[in-house]
Design a binder for this molecule. Structure first.
Ligand code: PEP
Length: 245
């Protein structure tokens, strides 16, 4: 069975003082669901020290290379060294702000795996791609291009994040979410075999809130959520975790 995963992406938000929000999750996590917070890089080390046992910590990106002249970047092994267990890769904000393409995400994913991290690879269509009825083609292409060979049920998580739903308050219908998650599951099974395909978690991301979490988590092949804004406060994220437990 796939263990559900509630993953929080703090993006460029947070501070040392805000790590209290991670500590506060201790009272809502019962261990039945995996809980992950991905703070900005400067906070990862302190977050690992502050987090209760039931909360894992991850990065929001890593470089494809192990080390070297890459000012401002973070190697996957550095995240692992300070205690992170996961890294988000190919988030649409990275794809847009840093011109990241599938081949970059794929290289980063290999680096993450070499460092022993679980990669959360994000895929998702824009509004114009959805309106042009290209959603499944886009998702299929991103999956094929961004995920390297060598996936296991443990080292890979896919996050389906329609770009038009991120931070907008707009959420796809449950039918739309289900269609894409079923498609991703089928693609994973076809490429990696039934064992890996069925054990890989597929998260939904895009304006998940306490008020819509139950409905989204009832959709087939939704194994949890990647949550942005609503992961910043323990009260909101705790309610989303409770909806999964
Ligand atoms: C995200 O950034 O991954 C995200 C889903 O953001 P939000 O929940 O704020 O839409």
């Amino acid at each position: 069975m796939r263990k559900k995963l509630a993953a929080g992406n703090w993006k460029m938000n947070g501070s040392l003082a805000a790590l209290d929000e991670i500590k506060a999750l201790a009272s809502v996590t019962d261990g039945s669901v995996e809980v992950l917070i991905c703070p900005p890089a400067p906070l990862v080390h302190a977050a690992c020290a502050a987090a209760p046992e039931t909360v894992a910590i991850g990065g929001q990106d890593c470089h494809a290379k192990d080390s070297g002249a890459h000012t401002g970047d973070t190697a996957a092994a550095m995240l692992a060294d300070v205690g992170a267990s996961h890294v988000i890769l190919g988030h649409s904000e990275r794809r847009e702000d840093h011109d990241e393409h599938d081949e970059d995400v794929r290289a980063k994913c290999n680096a993450a795996w070499d460092a022993g991290l679980t990669a959360i690879v994000c895929v998702g269509e824009s509004l114009s791609q959805r309106e042009a009825q290209n959603t499944l083609d886009i998702i299929g292409g991103q999956l094929a291009g961004s995920v390297p060979d060598g996936a296991t049920g443990h080292n890979l998580v896919i996050a389906y994040e329609p770009i038009w739903a991120i931070g907008t308050g707009k959420v796809p219908t449950t039918d739309q979410i289900g269609e894409v998650h079923d498609f991703i599951r089928a693609r994973l099974e076809r490429r990696f075999g039934a064992g890996v395909g069925r054990s890989t978690r597929i998260l939904y991301g895009g304006s998940v809130k306490p008020s819509n979490a139950n409905e989204i988590f009832a959709v087939s092949n939704v194994d949890g959520a990647l949550v942005g804004g609503a992961s910043l406060k323990a009260s909101d994220f705790g309610a989303i975790i409770s909806a999964l437990q």
